[in-house]
Design a protein around this ligand. Structure first.
Ligand code: NAP
Length: 384
């Protein structure tokens, strides 16, 4: 039996993780839940899963939840809040495995603390790896703690890497659906609305990652995530547009063999893989090979998707540039969703923030978070 701490339990990945727990009660139990502001969902999860501890973003929200639990006669759940609360969840002694699925860098300290506490981590939150990949992977190596990627592409790469040695890897091919604007004429990009950008052709996800998929910044973050997770250079990571989203990613070996992972487009499968690794439990998440007609792969268009170019540049520089890429994007995506900037204003903002970012390499999580704050301030100042 594995007892889970789920960080970001009210989000898309968090809820998919809970549906796996529901499906495999003999394998998994909920020990801790951490969420942000969705008190209604947190209350429903507390009632359903009775975690030992539940954390929300602020003291006020935690107080509201504690009151509701008290009124409902539910006892035995410690309700806490903020970064300390999330860390208390990720380091809870009785938790055996931590799912890191808080969006943005809000989950970084708790993910780091989980690794330091020797807990295996299922990592959905790519922003953590982008901002602090060197620190997290070094800590994991020292403590022999596995980091199992939940992001479907990296999960696919993890699976494909199981058959070869590190020095036999020529490159990693990350597939990208191309998002909803793959074929939109370039002159129409300026007038893309948040509603159009929030319609992803294949995946149902949180708002930021959906916009990041439309700009392909998401793929850019994944390039950096792949470099950190699998210890490869940016030149060894290739992106290919694959509109069917059937091949979740590939590894090309030096002898010319390419291994691909194919499965249903359902995040429950990579979550289950991460939770169960190194085992593979039987599941109903099967793929209908007979329904597969064709597989297309195209080169990404860097003019249409400048965020991807910016991400490769940030991957080369690493350190503060990777952090700034993610931070500036989060601010710019917020501004786009509030209709304060255009769709192409997102890469425009990131480019300016990156140009003003010094080439430094933070050595601690505190330094990472300081770089993150500086980049956000630069982005906000630009957008003010
Ligand atoms: N969804 C996918 O298919 C997918 C695929 C690959 C990777 N990912 C990655 O997985 C992560 C989560 O994505 P998602 O789609 O699940 O996002 P989401 O649906 O927006 O959920 C985000 C979660 O983070 C919580 N949260 C936000 N701010 C918080 C804070 N300050 N403290 C504690 N919790 C906080 C939210 O809580 P409230 O809702 O309660 O505010 C929610 O539980 C992201 O890093 C994303 O890039 C997602």
């Amino acid at each position: 039996m594995k007892r889970l701490a789920i960080l970001g339990s009210t989000g898309s990945i968090g809820q998919s993780t809970l549906s796996i727990v529901e499906q495999f009660p003999e394998r998994y139990q909920v020990a801790a839940l951490a969420a942000g502001r969705n008190v209604d969902e947190a209350f429903a999860q507390a009632v359903r899963w009775k975690p030992r501890i539940l954390s929300l973003a602020t003291p006020a929200l935690a107080g509201e939840l504690a009151n509701r639990l008290h009124q409902a006669g539910i006892t035995g759940i410690e309700v806490t809040h903020g970064t300390e609360g999330t860390i208390a969840c990720s380091t809870l002694p009785e938790a055996d495995f931590v799912v890191s699925a808080i969006v943005g860098v809000a989950g970084l300290e708790a993910t780091h603390a989980a690794i330091l506490a020797g807990k295996p981590v299922g990592l959905a939150n790519k922003e953590c790896m982008v901002a602090a990949g060197e620190i997290l992977t070094a800590a994991a190596r020292t403590r022999n703690v596995p980091i199992l990627p939940i992001d479907s592409e990296h999960n696919a790469v993890h699976q494909c890497l199981r058959v070869g040695a590190h020095n036999e890897v020529k490159c990693i091919w990350l597939t990208a659906s191309g998002g909803p604007f793959r074929q939109l004429p370039l002159d129409q990009f300026a007038s893309i609305t948040p509603e159009q950008a929030l319609k992803h052709p294949t995946w149902v996800m949180g708002r930021r990652i959906t916009i990041d998929s439309a700009t392909m910044l998401n793929k850019g973050l994944e390039v950096i995530e792949a470099c950190r997770l699998f210890d490869v250079t940016p030149a060894q990571v290739r992106v290919t547009i694959h509109p069917q989203s059937t091949v979740h990613s590939m590894v090309e070996y030096v002898d010319g063999s390419i291994l691909a992972q194919i499965s249903i487009t359902d995040m429950r499968l990579p979550i289950l893989y991460a939770l169960a690794w190194p085992e593979r439990p039987k599941s109903s998440l099967t793929f209908d090979l007979a329904g597969l007609r064709h597989l297309e792969f195209e080169e990404p268009d860097f003019q249409r998707f400048p965020c991807l170019r910016l991400a490769f540049e940030a991957a080369e520089k690493g350190g503060a540039h990777s952090i700034a890429l993610n931070a500036a994007d989060e601010v710019a995506v917020g501004a786009f969703l509030e209709r304060r900037i255009s769709f192409m204003g997102i890469p425009g903002t990131i480019e300016k923030v990156l140009a003003a970012t010094p080439e430094v390499h933070p050595a601690t999580i505190a330094e990472v978070l300081a770089c993150d704050r500086e980049a956000r301030e630069r982005a906000r100042a630009l957008l003010a």
